[in-house]
Ligand binder design. Structure first.
Ligand SMILES: O=C(CO)[C@H](O)[C@H](O)COP(=O)(O)O
Ligand SMILES: [Fe+2]
Length: 216
């Protein structure tokens, strides 16, 4: 089953609890949490305190997308009873194998994200340890950007690679996903769809989640 992970980066932060409730009621599967440090990416978003403000308000798992340097230092802060996945960037981790093991030591699923310019082959020697590969379909740092079409080729390559090698990591796609391109993105082999501005920018957030779910 394909899963929908709305990104709260585009939510109204003054209404974060209420907006989260809307997406959960409408049937979203996961909450995507974008953490930006102003170093690895040219923007600062929010940290663990904001994510933790949702604890007790939602049963949905958190999918933590760390766009930060020194991830090992901050990973423990993001481990909560709701934390389903923690994903780090290949480009930001010098000792990627160690960081993957560190995430898994908390009983949390480990993901690695790839920037648009990063080839999927870079994950060859850690793929058997991974629970998820996040294909960035925009350059990370901001919501509301346009989907970079090359991501479709990367998704297909990763899908072929996991089939050939009998691996079971999930493929997540993040950036510029909307109602017009989501079907093609799913058909390429994606398991988890992240959508920020196309959900939280809608007039009726719950209704928009429903429209996405019909297409998955
Ligand atoms: O990681 C991200 C940006 O770095 C966001 O998750 C992503 O951009 C989602 O926003 P949108 O759907 O508006 O593109
Ligand atoms: Fe993200």
């Amino acid at each position: 089953m394909k899963k929908l992970a709305p990104s709260i980066l585009s939510a109204d932060f003054a209404q974060l609890g209420a907006e989260t409730e809307k997406i959960e009621k409408a049937g979203a599967h996961i909450i995507h949490v974008d953490v930006m440090d102003g170093h690895f990416v040219p923007n600062i978003s929010y940290g663990a305190t904001v994510m933790k403000s949702l604890l007790g308000k939602t049963k949905l798992p958190f999918d933590v997308h760390l766009m930060i340097e020194n991830a090992d230092k901050y990973i423990p802060d993001f481990v909560t009873e709701n934390t389903g996945y923690i994903t780090v960037h290949q480009e930001a981790c010098t000792h990627l194998d160690r960081t993957i093991e560190f995430i898994k030591s908390f009983g949390v699923k480990a993901g690695v994200a790839l920037n648009p310019a990063t080839p999927p082959q870079t994950l060859e020697y850690v793929a058997d340890k991974l629970d998820m590969v996040l294909v960035m379909s925009v350059n990370p740092g901001f919501g509301g950007q346009s989907f970079i079409d090359n991501a479709l080729t990367k998704i297909k390559k990763l899908d072929d690679f996991r089939k050939k090698n009998n691996l079971d990591f999930e493929i997540e796609v993040d950036g510029g996903v909307n109602l017009s391109n989501v079907r093609e993105i799913c058909d390429a082999g994606t398991d988890i769809i992240v959508a920020g501005s196309s959900i939280f920018g809608a007039e009726d957030i719950g209704n928009r989640v429903g429209e996405f779910l019909e297409l998955l």
